[in-house]
Design a protein around this ligand. Structure first.
Ligand SMILES: Nc1ncnc2c1ncn2[C@@H]1O[C@H](COP(=O)(O)OP(=O)(O)OP(=O)(O)O)[C@@H](O)[C@H]1O
Ligand SMILES: [Mg+2]
Length: 456
């Protein structure tokens, strides 16, 4: 813990100066005031940890000052100096939030002990706060995990699974995920984390586009109490809270340039300091970053430092658009149906009209999987029957079913045709003219097909 700042508020000059001299010699930073108004003024400008407060004061009594301090600065600990035998003041001080007290006349060594007890209490409080931050983060990441399955069976998404598995095994490699919006970059980042040996550590996601410029440094590096106005307690930053887990830098191109330089230094040196502290902390997390921008352009346009890009981009994964993996659309529709039915309790809706699959297969998605997810969700809200239909969608039009000349369909067509020819020949007892009539084709056309398919 950094050195404690202590304010002494006592109108008796001898006490005030005696205490100041003693505590300064013990290595504490000490401020002093004779009147409550002066003391409160000091607290306004300096973030003190402890106030040593006399009960008998001019302007207002010590208990009132205590209440004011606790109201304005709840994290400051107050040690009261009470008159000998003044039990009422002692009880009221403790009830009003004082952390300790001792009675006049006192030995300076007793004061020092009271300060040390309070310091231990402050240390403990800081640790509890840090743990609370970590706990909150873990809980929210567990809750978010529910929708974390990556659906798809196309060649394109299988390639992505393969890359994810490979890079997850390397413990420390930085990964850059690119791809249009809504293609699943965050999902893939979470997937890599879940597949890696860091899976029990935090997955800490930071949206670089949503942090105000002036807060970036203290949010990333953390700060110590008093490092700047408003820094009322020690606070770990993202670099610290991500621990030995994964730090996910989403929309990384939105990071201000001055922060990019600082982040680069952390990634190179693997250490950092909280704002307002000289203590070096090791950076242990794996960094995964994501952007929907074209990275070459981002470097050219001076949005992303090239040297930072090299650090972030040790392993690159580019996600396909939904258009590039249309085969996955039906699977995704079924997946989002299951999720939305559970979410809205619409268990009576059991089927999706085939026309919906056809229409969504032809739909021009600009927001990729996210857009599809929202469309299904919205449509299901509108649906009060057992089948989800085109009419439940806001912007979906029936498509003219196109015959698809892919190899699978052609094969099926050939199989069907052979089967029909065989059936016709059986029915016509091998009479080709009759069989041709049954098939509604000419005798010469039948002959051509028979030789093509080698049917006797
Ligand atoms: N393959 C997939 N299987 C299931 N759900 C998916 C898949 N890909 C994306 N999603 C879902 O689509 C939504 C968008 O995904 P995600 O947030 O990971 O995309 P993104 O690329 O980070 O988007 P953006 O560029 O807008 O930040 C999420 O709800 C996610 O769960
Ligand atoms: Mg995202």
């Amino acid at each position: 813990m950094e050195e404690l700042k202590i304010l002494i508020l006592d109108d008796e000059k001898d006490y005030r100066e005696g205490i100041e001299e003693y505590l300064s010699n013990q290595g504490f930073t000490v401020f002093k005031a004779a009147k409550p108004s002066d003391g409160l003024n000091i607290l306004k400008n300096i973030t003190c940890d402890i106030v040593v407060l006399d009960v008998k004061l001019p302007e207002m009594n010590g208990i009132q000052v205590l209440k004011r301090i606790k109201q304005l600065y709840p994290l400051i600990e107050v040690i009261m100096i009470t008159g000998h035998g003044d039990m009422d003041s002692v009880i009221e001080s403790l009830r009003s939030g004082a952390s300790d007290f001792f009675t006049k006349p006192f030995r300076l060594v007793d004061l020092k002990r009271a300060i040390e007890r309070t310091r231990r209490f402050i240390d403990l409080q800081n640790r509890v706060n840090d743990l609370q931050d970590r706990h909150n983060h873990l809980v929210s990441s567990i809750l978010e995990r529910e929708g974390d399955v990556i659906i798809g069976n196309s060649a394109a998404i299988n390639k992505i699974f393969e890359l994810m598995e490979k890079v997850a095994k390397t413990d420390d490699t930085s990964v850059l995920i690119t791809g249009d919006c809504g293609t699943g970059k965050e999902l893939v980042a979470r997937g890599i984390h879940a597949l890696s040996s860091r899976k029990r550590e935090p997955f800490f996601d930071v949206n670089c586009g949503s942090i105000p410029d002036n807060l970036f440094e203290s949010e990333f590096f953390g700060h110590n109490k008093g490092a700047f106005t408003g820094a009322i307690r020690n606070k770990p930053g993202f670099l610290e809270t991500s621990g030995k887990g994964t730090l996910f830098l989403d929309e990384v191109c939105e990071m201000p340039k001055h922060m990019q330089t600082k982040l680069l230094r952390v990634l190179e040196g693997k250490t950092f300091r909280r704002v307002g502290s000289n203590h070096e902390i090791a950076f242990r997390a794996r960094v995964i970053s994501a952007t929907n921008k074209n990275i070459e352009n981002a470097v050219k346009n001076n949005e992303l430092r090239e040297d930072l890009l090299f650090r972030l981009n040790t392993f690159h994964i580019h996600l396909p658009t939904l258009k590039e993996r249309k085969e996955d659309i039906p699977l995704l529709i079924d997946h989002f149906m299951r999720i939305s039915i559970a979410k809205f309790g619409k268990t009576y809706c059991r089927k999706v009209d085939p026309a919906v699959y056809d229409a969504l297969l032809e739909y021009e998605f600009t927001g990729n999987v996210r857009e599809l997810e929202h469309m299904i969700e919205e449509a299901l809200i509108m649906c009060d029957e057992s089948v989800l239909r085109i009419e439940h969608f806001k912007n979906l039009k029936v498509t003219q079913k196109k015959v698809k000349f892919d190899s699978l369909n052609l094969n099926q067509l050939v199989i069907k045709e052979k089967e029909m020819i065989r059936q016709a020949l059986n029915q016509a007892k091998k009479n080709k003219t009759k069989a041709a009539q049954l098939l509604n084709i000419s005798r010469s056309a039948l002959n051509r097909k028979l030789s093509k398919y080698h049917i006797e």
